[in-house]
Design a protein around this ligand. Structure first.
Ligand SMILES: Cc1ncc(COP(=O)(O)O)c(C=O)c1O
Length: 381
């Protein structure tokens, strides 16, 4: 028997796999599955971005790019961050093939075997795997009993962080709950980070998908510039999941260590894609606004339809997910929902929170109506 490295043995395959395999099998048999398990916008990439990508190919931007990213994109990102009051020059930015790679590289750069990393549950599925791959030890804080909003006094967090804490990962707006943390809560995070001298990764990939709540960037707070790695990307806001483009921004020493990881692994984000990224930041605001308006209507529709069925859920303020309370055995609930109602959702335990299912409303209003109707008819609500 071949023995694998411990770091990969520590990691489970994606928990969404069982659901998507089941959905694929049913669809192959001709079933009409409403897929609310997907984490990507159902819109095309905005035209100016596609045009810029094509123009970059025609212009021959098809070779390696600098590992850190092309200067024009890093400057455009720096300007974009400044609009959120996060001050990082082009030298303090690393362009990556997707935000996922930015998170992976930041964690590789910051976490050693045994280092303590705090996650706020429910937490996006890959944080845990990335920390485990780096050998870190994970401490989880449950935010479920406060409607998934980090409480101002941060009691739970206060109780678990200590001088041993190396890193906290914050994701607002959150995948899977859509919660946007209040300014007050984030100021509390800052106080704890300063008191115990730990770093924070602020994953802001859903930052421009919010409904009336202006999310605060942790890196904009006093005392946080030197201890925050801001991660963002183009997948969600600009519907560019397949282009693979993201970045991290932070203290120059962190950026240069993460750049080493990138230069010895993926080398760089694709050259022409980076040129398209400049167009996204400079010429796609209207398209983003249209998508966000559509998501907001769908969110309202989903919340209302669930309320009509007697299910009250905290209204998500951002992203395009809703975290639905279901049976304690959420895995069985999801497998049964797909089998009996042909509706696909992701079990909450994938995010560290059993007893819930994540529904994505990045789907048409008709399909959302259809999904709730089927779930209700089959007794899942
Ligand atoms: C919270 C969060 N962070 C990061 C990512 C990674 O996005 P990408 O690698 O496509 O930029 C995702 C994608 O699902 C996400 O939901």
């Amino acid at each position: 028997m071949r023995e694998f490295a411990q770091r990969v043995e520590r990691v489970e395959p994606s928990a969404t796999l069982a659901v998507s395999n089941k959905a694929a099998a049913l669809e192959a048999e001709g079933a009409d599955v409403v897929d609310l398990s997907v984490g990507e916008p159902d819109f095309p990439t905005p035209a100016p971005v596609v045009e810029a990508g094509k123009a970059a190919l025609d212009a021959g931007h098809t070779g390696y790019a600098p590992s850190q990213g092309i200067r024009a994109l890093r400057e455009a990102i720096s300007d974009d961050l400044a609009r959120r009051n996060v001050e990082h020059g082009a030298e303090e930015i690393l362009v990556t093939p997707g935000a996922k790679m930015a998170l992976y590289e930041a964690i590789q750069a910051l976490i050693d075997e045994g280092d303590e990393v705090v996650l706020l549950d429910p937490a996006w599925v890959s944080y845990e795997a990335m920390v485990k791959l780096a050998g870190g030890s994970i401490v989880r804080v449950d935010t479920a009993r406060h409607d998934f909003r980090l409480r101002p006094a941060l009691h739970d967090l206060e109780a678990v962080v200590s001088d041993r804490t190396q890193l906290l990962v914050v994701n607002s707006p959150s995948n899977p709950t859509g919660a946007v943390y209040s300014d007050h809560a984030l100021a509390g995070v800052r106080d704890l980070a300063v008191e115990h001298d730990f770093d924070v990764i602020s994953d802001e990939i859903y930052g421009s998908i919010t409904y009336g709540e202006e999310p605060l960037s942790l890196g904009s707070l006093d005392g946080m510039t030197d201890r925050t790695v801001t991660v963002d990307g183009f997948s969600k806001a600009y519907s560019m999941t397949g282009w693979r483009l993201g970045y991290l921004a932070g203290p120059e020493e962190v950026v240069s260590q993460a750049t080493k990881v990138q230069s010895h692994s993926t080398t760089c984000a694709a050259n022409f894609v980076q040129h398209a990224g400049v167009a996204a930041l400079e010429a796609a605001d209207d398209a983003v606004e249209e998508m966000v308006d559509a998501f907001e209507s769908r969110r309202d529709l989903l919340v209302d339809l669930l309320a009509d069925e007697g299910v009250d859920v905290p209204t998500p303020d951002g992203a395009f997910y809703l975290f639905l309370p279901v049976d304690e055995d959420d895995e069985s609930w999801c497998m049964d929902a797909i089998e009996d109602a042909h509706v696909a959702a992701v079990p909450g335990r994938a995010f560290g929170s059993p007893g819930y299912a994540r529904l994505s409303y990045a789907n048409s209003e008709d399909r959302i109506r259809e999904a709730v109707e089927r779930l209700a008819d089959e007794g899942f609500l």
